[in-house]
Design a protein around this ligand. Sequence first.
Ligand code: ADP
Length: 399
Amino acid sequence: MKILVINCGSSSLKYQLFDMENESVSAKGLVDRIGIDGSNITHRKTGAEPFTITTPIKDHKVAMKLVLEALLDKEHGVLKSLDEISAAGHRIVSGGDLYKESVLVDDKVMDGLRQCIPLAPLHNPGHIMGIEAIQHALPKLPNVTVFDTAFHQTMPDYAYMYGLPWEFYETHRVRRYGAHGTSHHFVALRTAEILGKPLSELKMVTCHLGNGSSISAVKNGKCIDTSMGLTPLAGVLMGTRTGDMDPACVPFVQNITKYSADEMNNFMNKKSGLLGISGVSSDLRDVEEAAHKGNERAQLAINMLEYGISKYIGAYTVAMGGLDVIVFTAGIGENSAETREGVCKKLEFMGVKIDSEKNRVRGKEAIVSTDDSKVKVLVVPTNEELMIARETKRIVFGN
Ligand code: ADP
């Protein structure tokens, strides 16, 4: 069985074709600059060299046609007929509070996605265009939407509500929704498998640390709290995003500078975080390098990052009434031994003992705590596309 996983943005379309017999990727690629000068498609059959075609691609329908042609291509393709594709799975950034799990697409779901546009104005319109494009090309193909927000829908109300006047929630749906849910769910499932314990018996903190970072409390397999909020700005310090701060900083600065709401949003999302504090880069590798050379602001950015992560783990230990496992994933979580060690050292009093030797791992599954550590610490590379493919198979064909 073959499942096509699609991650569509407003001007890009990423895809992976999975062979679900062994959950391997047969081919993948990216259509870039849709509707913009210089649009192109890069396609790669697994094990072969990638090839790129630069050609005008005016919209998502043209993009999807090119993807399907690439999959059928005699030299670079992996399919004889499009009938071999059994279903498509779509990554959706926000399902708001409408979707608690993945769903089969019908007209009602398309309406729901449109209702969620205010919650993800930069993402959901692109997702909708992607679904419409494949519906146009392959009208009989079942489509499944897999939401980044769905895994967090089990949070209790006291964890997702903000202390704002009630009308803000009722009228404008202002509350915590969280992000990266597909990744948190994937690593939580995989961690239970690695440890050989039922997920339903584990108290876990999953740390997805990339350019954007979020931390989740996963108690007995259910998310009970997460660090991102209404938008992906909240939580720990990120590459270019502030993470948590006193919201009154915004009107305070605006009253003095007269910056508009959009300008402030841009500062908080694009110019803050590791970049804003260090003045060096949004990439932790560069910040670590600068800190090693004695750059004090770079060191401060690292201290803020590690302090913030450890505080969340502490808080979520309280939220869950205990802690069995800490899981690190995504670019920083999988690769930065320094960050993992810096965070875990602050949690020693809670029975977290990291093994510096085992922790010298990069991008691979590993248990990096000592054998006698009360709390297990794991590195688990995330795979959101595989999770979407599995969800699509489950929804369309059952387990
Ligand atoms: P995104 O959130 O965009 O998907 P990733 O999960 O790919 O991002 O994470 C990207 C971040 O991972 C980079 O900004 C970089 O800081 C960090 N990273 C990648 N490799 C390393 C490494 N070897 N050491 C430290 N940080 C790393």
